[in-house]
Design a protein around this ligand. Structure first.
Ligand code: HEM
Length: 406
């Protein structure tokens, strides 16, 4: 079957992929990406491909198709990740963090998140100008994660620098070079060694934070292995980057839609949930979820071989007019219970969605309470070829508003 191509290897496509995805979705049920991997274009097919049992998570092959081999530090790290585990093994690891990351445990953190957001803005709003991706989105999500994990700045900064410098998340993107592999391997090795050292220093301390709980799980019988513990901790810490991308994308959209910014500023309790869900839908942080056929099967009018890959490109599924009216319009007043696929669905549903959602909701609401008349000081550009849909930077000007945080 000849299918149309989604040109993920074309840098220009990444600046605005949505018109082409919409056109393909109108005319076709399936497409292929630049590597020939099948992509379902409609929301219902995409949802089925993630939620159902016909397709399962792609596993370590996803990284192997990007040139990583057994023995590479990033390969070792990824083999221990929740995302590649299935069945009992997956349940065993997931249960150690699911309660700490549940909505019930995370909701009480909202005042702490607002406080951090205000304290960041206290530093930056006087000049009426800031780079809001790094100095607001990243700082906020990172500080929230540190507080939540019970780790302080000095303890983490060494491995954090290595991880950021190695651009590890980009090694999961659609175009990976040898230089990226080398940097990613080097960075994850530093982070793994450092995390191991962090644990050694903490084993004797009794505390109530997530890190201490994970360490207890590591010592209990049949629980987390050393490798699983290290990967879990760094995944949780590193995933704050996706939260930061969504906060920046939210500020980007609200700058272009002053009417919607005003709604959220004037009535944050009513609109903060809708604003968060709309940014997640409209500008998904993760560009695609990799799945594979669990057996030879026919789905969406296509014959899949056993283990054949399938890529769910979220930007296609999340703008399907069969699920949302006027899906190409950014609208924070939509019903937020009509959820998108941005956190996945089914057994690998994002375990950090509650802390991500709280940080995004409070982060955007606090930002607008302090900044009005938003304007870009430089045209923002999207980074091409990366697993995480993010802006190169977000330089904005604004009128500072008085803080009412006290
Ligand atoms: C806006 C922010 C975030 C987005 C868009 C996001 C997105 C996703 C998606 C799409 C998946 C499913 C992947 C798949 O099916 O292969 C996932 C899984 C996961 N996420 Fe997130 N995530 C975010 C924030 C976080 C945070 C803050 C944490 C940690 C606290 C986190 C931890 C995880 C973990 C551990 C998994 C694997 C779950 C499993 O396989 O059982 N994520 N995330």
């Amino acid at each position: 079957m000849k299918l149309p191509i989604i040109p993920l290897d074309d840098a220009q496509f990444w600046q605005n992929p949505y018109p082409l995805l919409a056109q393909l979705r109108r005319e076709h049920r399936l497409a292929v990406n630049h590597e020939g991997v099948v992509v379902p274009l409609h929301w219902s097919d995409a949802e089925w491909a993630i939620r159902g049992s016909d397709f399962i998570n792609e596993g370590i092959e996803f990284l192997e198709r990007r040139g990583f081999v057994d023995g590479d530090p990033l390969h070792t790290w990824r083999k221990n990740a929740l995302g590649v585990k299935e069945g009992k093994d997956h349940i065993r690891v997931r249960k150690h963090v699911s309660s700490a990351l549940s909505k019930r445990s995370i909701d009480p953190l909202r005042p702490m998140i607002r406080k951090i957001a205000h304290s960041i803005l206290d530093h930056f709003t006087q000049n009426g100008e800031m780079e809001a991706y790094r100095y607001y989105g990243m700082w906020l999500s990172r500080s929230v994660m540190l507080d939540f994990l019970g780790v302080d700045q000095e303890e983490i900064s060494h491995s954090e620098k290595a991880m950021a410098g190695g651009n590890i998340v980009d090694c999961f993107g659609p175009k990976v070079t040898q230089e990226m592999r080398d940097n990613g391997n080097k960075a994850i090795q530093v982070a793994m060694d450092h995390t191991q050292g962090l644990y050694q220093g903490r084993r004797d301390e009794q505390s109530d934070d997530l890190l201490s709980h994970l360490l207890q799980a590591n010592e209990g019988q049949g629980s987390l292995s050393d490798g699983e513990l290290i990967t879990l901790f760094s995944t949780i810490f590193g995933s704050g980057a996706s939260t930061a991308s969504i906060i920046a994308s939210g500020i980007y959209e609200l700058t272009q839609h002053p009417d919607q910014a005003a709604l959220l500023r004037n009535n944050p309790e009513k609109y903060k949930k809708g604003a968060c869900e709309e940014v997640l839908r409209y500008r998904p942080a993760i560009y695609a979820i990799g799945q594979k056929a669990s057996r030879p099967l026919q789905a969406f009018g296509y014959d899949f071989l056993d283990q054949q890959s399938l890529s769910v490109i979220l930007g296609a599924a999340n703008r399907d007019p069969k699920r949302w009216d006027n899906p190409e319009v950014f609208d924070i007043t939509r019903d937020p219970s009509i959820w998108s696929l941005s956190f996945g669905i089914g057994q690998h549903f994002c375990i950090g969605q509650a802390i991500a959602r709280c940080t995004i909701e409070e982060g955007l609401a606090v930002f607008l309470s302090r900044c009005d008349e938003l304007e870009f000081s430089e045209t923002p550009r999207w980074v091409p070829f990366v697993a995480e849909n993010k802006l190169e930077s977000l330089k904005i000007k604004f009128k500072s508003l008085e803080s009412d945080s006290a």
